[in-house]
Design a protein around this ligand. Sequence first.
Ligand code: GLC
Length: 456
Amino acid sequence: MKVKSLCLSIILAALGLLWQGCANIETSNLYEGSLNPYANETKQEHNARMKWWREARFGMFIHWGVYSVPAGTYKGKQIDSIGEWIMYNGEIPVAEYKKYAKRFNPVKYNPDLWVRLAKEAGMKYIVITSKHHDGFALFDSKATDWGVVDATPYGKDLLKPLAKACKKYGIKLGFYYSQAQDWCHPGGAAMEKKQWDPAQAGDMDEYIRNIAAPQVREILTNYGHIAVLWWDTPCDMNKERADMLLPLLKLQPGIIINNRLCEDVYQGDFRTPEQDIPATGLDSDWETCMTMNETWGYKSYDNEWKSSKMLIRNLIDIASKGGNYLLNVGPTSEGEIPGPSIERLKAIGKWMKANGEAIYATTASPFVKLSWGRCTKKIGKEGATLYLHIFDWPVDGKLTVPGLRNRIKKARLLEGGKELRAGNTAEGVVINVPKQAPNAIASVIVLDVKGKLNVE
Ligand code: GLC
């Protein structure tokens, strides 16, 4: 009897502790202790947190929102603006802009297909605009009725099924969130223009407190594991405002953030060159985000598509400089990724399927410049592997890797695996290559070398 009641009280006590623990997670004050959850992170902890992101190298950016309804045209005029900035550049009044939501009905939205497209392109993560500068939420937000659930005929959360599909296919999910600019909620910032409609007037601190912070809490709570939070355009941000948002990161242990929260105060985990590949990379983690045509958000008449070849070479170029590539798609208001984007994703996927080994988990080139292309590398215990990405195939059947002094273990074509003869010369390593380039966009030669890398 005694033993029984002892057991029972132990069980009850344990349950009580468990319950308390759960309740603590729910109600714990995120603002206690250091505001920046990573303030005391060691270098090892930091590297462990960044590991998947550094190895991924390639992700999909999705800019989607109500702006896909006007799709670049306002009052019959093509507005000189990227698609998602039409409200700002067309100075569209808030009430008028909000009417577009009535026509935002993405009945063709198929998140399963989107995620498969990303995965087949070789992308390892997706970052989607949960809320862009127009303040429109793609998710079910209790903080406002300016979002897909309350303001559109579609009426359903768009991020939930995307999160589900990402989980299903093993793709990491990140959220873009415009924390400072918000042209529809009073008090939100609006770059240089400040405001063009009295309805925008308001206090920015209040806006952060009542809209941005609750929404960031929502997106970090209701969608399972969130791998990245991608802030944007920190105009009028300051430490006090950032400090209302930063502690919310504790809701997603391990989350990675970019540098656009309030860069003067918080540098974030990676830098974000936009539409640009830094000439020699950057001295910290970085990710180039880029459009396939000229707009992020859908614009019906933007046909300035980059070629698949250019996009693939960009990815290689970026990897060779130690960065990630976040390549954008801008779906339509019906929920479709434009055909030209799909074509390009498929072409990239075809190249990646054969050559992904030369991109994922590689680090920057040890060479300053290579006349024929780019190089990525992996450092092993007893040597290194160099991946030579050849854009301009040598006409004389000899590829020189200038200044490389290591002895060669093995040289082979990545596609097909054909072994190649390679030897050390005064100029460096010379590889005998077939007459024809195996891949017209970029052919990869894998060079396994002995010992510590030695490049002159
Ligand atoms: C910008 C733009 C924006 C886009 C972003 C992507 O800063 O304001 O529309 O979302 O860049 O990097």
